[in-house]
Structure formats: structure tokens, C-alpha cells
Design a protein around this ligand. Structure first.
Ligand SMILES: Nc1nc2c(ncn2[C@@H]2O[C@H](COP(=O)(O)OP(=O)(O)O)[C@@H](O)[C@H]2O)c(=O)[nH]1
Ligand SMILES: [Mg+2]
Length: 368
């Protein structure tokens, strides 16, 4: 999974990048407009996998991985600058949109005042303008080709016009209910407002667990609610955190971090809270395998059937699929071991069309 971090300059993107990756990249009080992107791959924390690993004591424990990309800020009305960011993030799975909510006179705000809702709208509009420019260019090229006698791709034209209509109304494309075929057609096109988005409200140290932070979170949620048509498939999620504090915590080992988190009233560090939000908006779940002395977590879309999940592990397993032996994570914990789970009849035999559930521990039976 790949996640692009965007936002205005000095909103705290690099700080949040550090908080999510445990890196220590320099942050500055001046807006950064050049330089190389920061990229890091980190494991997706999962306490269930930790538990499995503690029970099986395998040689190897493999977490799901997520790649974070942090680059320069978006600037209101500067499409040349913004295009550089859009080009970099066009293939990410989701966007982390960092919004400055912390007050600090030493840190310049590119629009002079701290106003999170205005900044959210500014960035959303830049995404929309970027996509609109792209759609118009593409439609223009199509018209040119028609003039030269080429037959237009009517389906693509209809799709582009639909995108244009939504963008002109100020609605990011992630909220347009495209059908599966349309989604497939959209994938190679380089839209950015299609990406599911986690909005990170970067609050000040003093605002943790305050009414003010709570209200801000609600205001931000309400802002996106006006677009959202389908509550079952949310396309956005708002996460409130203090980047500066979380960055410091991310430098510590989990044992060292615990007292700080408790003291600050933070239940779960940013990196795991954030990744859960990403799984939610991407509709992803995890299942686990224990094969060849390796315990491993796999991410799949909700609703994936056993046969497809098997293919994720190995194409041979999909091809030679016989059945899946499945224990839910909670049953496994109740039983304490796979042997007891079996004895208690908690191990189920499932076929190809079984819908794998979040937390399932799966052993695929197959022959090649
Ligand atoms: N007080 C405070 N300062 C922060 C916070 N997050 C970021 N900053 C500061 O804001 C400045 C810009 O942060 P940076 O991550 O470089 O912003 P970027 O331009 O979006 O990458 C740095 O001086 C950070 O230390 C925060 O939560 N509280
Ligand atoms: Mg930065």
C-alpha cells in the first residue's frame, strides 16, 4: 500500500511523515518548495499478528507494509508547483491530507492565519483544479483527433464529461459513484481527487483531548459529509493528532513510549491510528497465515473470496485450491492454540467462495 502525504506548506507534513515512519527527517519553519521527496516503507502494526507470533514463535513474522511519500506543499493557485506533487502521487492508494491546526508564531503560515477549514477547502480545490485541467486537456485532444477523422471513444468521452461535471460543481471525484467498469477505465487516468483521503488535523500540544480539538474534528467531518453519498463506503476519514508529539514518540521503543502516551491521554499512537483509518477508507481487512515457519499478515479488500485470497499468497495455491481451514482470531485466542481450536471444533472447512473475514487465520489446502 502506498500513501501520499499532501497539504499546504508548513502544515506539518514532514512532521507527520516522521510520526508515521519513525524517521527523523529535518522539519523547517520555512516553506519548502524544492528538494527530493521523503519516502519510507514501514510495517503495518497489528497486535493480532504480534499475538500469533508469540504463540507460534516462528522464525519469521511478516507484517503488511505501507509506503509513505512526503514532498513539497501545495500552493493556492500555483498549478505548476502543484503539478509536481500530483505527478508524484498519481499512483498512490490513498492520500493523507495534513491540515495545520496548531498555533505557533514561529512557524509561517502560507496564508498568514491559522484556519483549518479554509485550508481544507483550499487543498481540496487545488486537487479539483488539477483534475479539471487534466480532463479538459484530454477532451481537447479528443476533439482534435475527431477533426482529423478519428472515431472517438464514446465511453471514455462520456466518462470524462461526467468527471468534468462533478469537478465543476466542486465535488472531488472520490465521491462520484462510478461503476466497476468506469473505475477500471479511470485507473490509468491520472486523477488525484479520486483518491480516498485521511484528513490529518495537526493540532497543537496543548489542544490534545480538548473541546476545541473535538469541535474541530466535527467541523472537518461535517465539511466532507456534504459530498459523501454512501455511508457504507466512506471515502474520507478525519484523524486528529499532534504531529510534533507523535514524532517524538515514534522515535521511542513501544515500551519507552507507553508512559508518555498514558501521560498525554493518547490511547493509540498515530501510526497505528492512521493506518486503521486507511484500511477503513480503502475497505481493506487482514487475514493471517502460518506456513513454513512464517507468520504473516495479508491485506485484502473486504468481501474477497477464499480462492482469490489464496492467490494473494501464491498463484499455485489459487490454481490447486482444495479448501481453506479457517479459525477466527477471537476463537483462536479463546482456545489458546490451534490444537485446542481443532478439538473444540472451532476450525472450519471453507470452500472457494467463502468470504474471508478480518482476522481469519487461514490454512489453504491445495495440490499442484
Ligand atoms: N507547535 C507545533 N509545531 C509543529 C507541529 N507540527 C509541525 N510543527 C512545526 O511546523 C514547522 C513545519 O513543519 P513541517 O513538518 O516541516 O511542515 P511541512 O512543510 O508541511 O513539511 C516545523 O517547525 C515543525 O516543528 C505541532 O503539532 N505543533
Ligand atoms: Mg516538509
Amino acid at each position: 500500500m502506498k500513501i501520499g502525504i499532501i497539504g499546504l506548506s508548513n502544515s506539518g507534513k514532514t512532521t507527520v511523515f516522521n510520526a508515521l515512519t519513525g524517521q527523523n527527517i529535518e522539519t523547517t519553519v520555512y516553506p519548502t518548495t524544492s528538494g527530493e521527496p521523503n519516502i519510507a516503507v514501514v510495517k503495518v502494526p497489528d497486535s493480532r499478528l504480534d499475538r500469533l507470533s508469540a504463540v507460534y514463535k516462528p522464525k519469521k513474522t511478516t507484517y503488511a507494509a505501507v509506503e509513505y511519500i512526503d514532498y513539497i506543499g501545495l500552493t493556492k493557485g500555483d498549478m505548476n508547483q502543484n503539478r509536481k506533487v500530483f505527478d508524484l502521487i498519481k499512483d498512490v492508494d490513498a492520500i493523507a491530507h495534513v491540515v495545520r491546526a496548531f498555533e505557533d508564531d514561529a512557524v509561517v503560515h502560507p496564508m498568514n492565519t491559522v484556519n483549518p477549514l479554509r485550508d481544507i477547502e483550499t487543498v481540496e480545490l487545488e486537487l479539483i483544479f488539477g483534475d479539471l485541467e487534466f480532463v479538459e486537456k484530454r477532451l481537447h485532444r479528443m476533439e482534435e483527433a475527431i477533426k482529423k477523422g478519428k472515431k472517438p471513444d464514446e465511453a471514455e468521452k462520456r466518462l470524462l464529461l461526467r468527471c468534468k461535471d462533478s469537478l465543476e460543481k466542486g465535488i472531488p471525484l472520490r465521491y462520484v459513484g462510478f461503476n466497476e467498469e468506469e473505475q477500471r477505465a479511470m485507473r490509468p487516468l491520472q486523477f488525484v481527487s479520486t483518491k480516498p483521503e485521511v484528513v490529518v488535523l495537526n493540532i497543537g500540544e496543548g489542544d490534545l483531548n480538548t473541546e476545541r480539538a473535538l469541535k474541530l474534528q466535527e467541523d472537518a467531518e461535517r465539511y466532507f459529509l456534504k459530498f459523501s453519498s454512501d455511508p457504507l463506503h466512506p471515502r474520507d476519514k478525519v484523524v486528529t493528532l499532534c504531529g510534533k508529539v507523535e514524532m517524538e514518540i515514534a522515535q521511542l521503543s513501544p515500551d519507552e513510549a507507553k508512559p508518555f502516551l498514558d501521560d498525554l491521554g493518547i490511547e493509540e499512537p498515530a501510526l497505528s491510528r492512521f493506518i486503521h483509518a486507511c484500511y477503513d477508507i480503502l475497505g481493506l481487512i487482514s487475514f493471517f497465515t502460518y506456513v513454513g515457519d512464517e507468520v504473516r499478515a495479508w491485506s485484502i479488500p473486504k468481501g474477497t473470496q477464499a480462492l482469490k485470497a489464496a492467490g494473494k499468497v501464491h498463484s499455485d495455491i489459487e490454481r490447486g485450491f482444495i479448501r481453506a481451514e479457517v479459525v477466527s482470531f477471537s476463537d483462536f485466542v479463546k482456545a489458546g492454540s490451534m490444537r485446542v481450536a481443532k478439538e473444540k471444533g472451532l476450525l472450519r472447512l471453507e470452500g472457494k467462495t467463502y468470504e474471508v473475514k478480518d482476522g481469519d487465520i487461514v490454512n489453504f489446502r491445495f495440490h499442484v
